[in-house]
Write a protein that binds this ligand. Structure first.
Ligand code: AVJ
Length: 343
């Protein structure tokens, strides 16, 4: 034995992630005008996509580790167990486009467990959070070390704008799999989800694959614990939205006078998150040109997480231009992964 050095093949060239300069970023002006519009609706609301600034993204990553929030782990287990079959049945895709890629863990798990063949993979990460894109592109670049040859393109954009950018190149480039994981579909109401899925279908060539992860209806106790955890992490995640408005738009929300509340709305099949005012109080947000009084007990509705039945998901996809390839269910945690193809 001469040296401890083993003579492996050189690792594949480390590729730097590319940031798409054309992606439509979410601007401060858009944030201000959305805050103005939604906060003055009756009931008052705020769009949940604004949770994800750097702190909000970190808090969401913490939520994913909470024992009471089982969505992420259930999905990772399914991706790991069925990754090979997903790649096979998706037609051995060479381009993966993830809408709302977050930490990148889900995509990394799928690629590691499922990739078939050694050819290069194009990974398109679409997220509204620049900090999440930095973290995820770094995590996914590490796949090059376990000899998957990946090219990464990040799109700091909404789902729609990002998908448009990611699919700007001819679809002929190779079989494509679009991923919409983490039960992000839950943030759309039913008509919104249908419209969104139709929009995705319209961007896909016939035969392109689409994988969607959705949290299922389950017992109320379990649902409420997932959205109102005993450590208060979800409460912090929710209240950070007010903190973000204070930081970025010069708002004067008294954050301690807003309580986190999670509600299971059975008729609508959704968990709602609210911020409930603990006193009558005046709120000013100069950059959004608003100045109002909120009553005691009045709430700001910040998020809906719709929960599905497995057949619902298949039916909705069939109605929006897809055919079902396979569905995998984690019965223990109530989560479904559904693979479909564009027809
Ligand atoms: C990332 C939208 C799927 O609705 O379960 C977690 C966000 N909100 N805890 C969800 C969230 C409160 C999450 N999604």
């Amino acid at each position: 034995m001469s040296s401890g050095q083993d003579h492996r093949e050189l690792p594949m060239r480390q590729r730097q992630p590319v940031t798409d300069p054309h992606a439509a970023q979410t601007s401060p002006e858009q944030f201000a005008s959305d805050v103005q519009y939604y906060l003055t609706l009756n009931p008052r609301q705020l769009p949940s996509r604004y949770f994800y600034d750097a702190l909000g993204s970190a808090l969401f990553e913490a939520i994913c580790r909470l024992p009471w929030y089982r969505v992420t782990r259930a999905e990772l287990r399914l991706l790991e167990a069925h990754g090979r079959e997903i790649f096979e049945r998706a037609g051995r895709p060479t381009r993966l486009v993830e809408l709302g890629s977050g930490s990148g863990d889900k995509l990394a798990t799928l690629v590691e467990s499922g990739r078939s063949g050694a050819g290069p993979l194009d990974l398109h990460l679409i997220d509204v959070s620049p900090s999440a894109l930095v973290v995820s592109s770094r995590a996914l670049s590490a796949l090059n070390d376990v000899d998957v040859d990946v090219r990464i393109v990040t799109h700091e954009a909404s789902y729609e704008a990002g998908l448009l950018e990611a699919t700007r190149e001819a679809w002929g480039a190779g079989p494509t799999l679009v991923l919409f994981l983490g039960s992000n579909i839950g943030n759309f109401d039913r008509p919104g989800a249908e419209a969104f899925l139709r929009g995705i279908r319209a961007r896909l060539a016939r035969g392109a694959a689409f994988l969607i992860g959705a949290d299922l209806v389950k017992g109320e106790r379990e649902l409420l614990l997932a959205y109102d955890d005993p450590l208060g992490v979800t409460a912090a995640f929710n209240r950070n939205l007010l903190a973000r408005i204070n930081r970025e738009l010069g708002g004067d929300f008294d954050i301690e006078r807003f309580a986190h509340r999670a509600v299971w709305n059975r008729e609508e099949s959704r968990v709602e998150m609210h911020l409930v005012s603990l006193a009558p109080q005046r709120v000013r947000v100069p950059a959004a040109e608003i100045d109002f009084t909120i009553e005691e007990h009045e709430s700001i509705w910040t998020e809906s997480s719709y929960k599905y039945q497995p057949d619902d998901i298949v039916r909705t996809l069939q109605q929006t231009g897809f055919e079902c390839v396979r569905q995998w269910i984690d019965a223990g945690d109530g989560f479904a992964l559904t693979l479909v193809k564009a027809v």
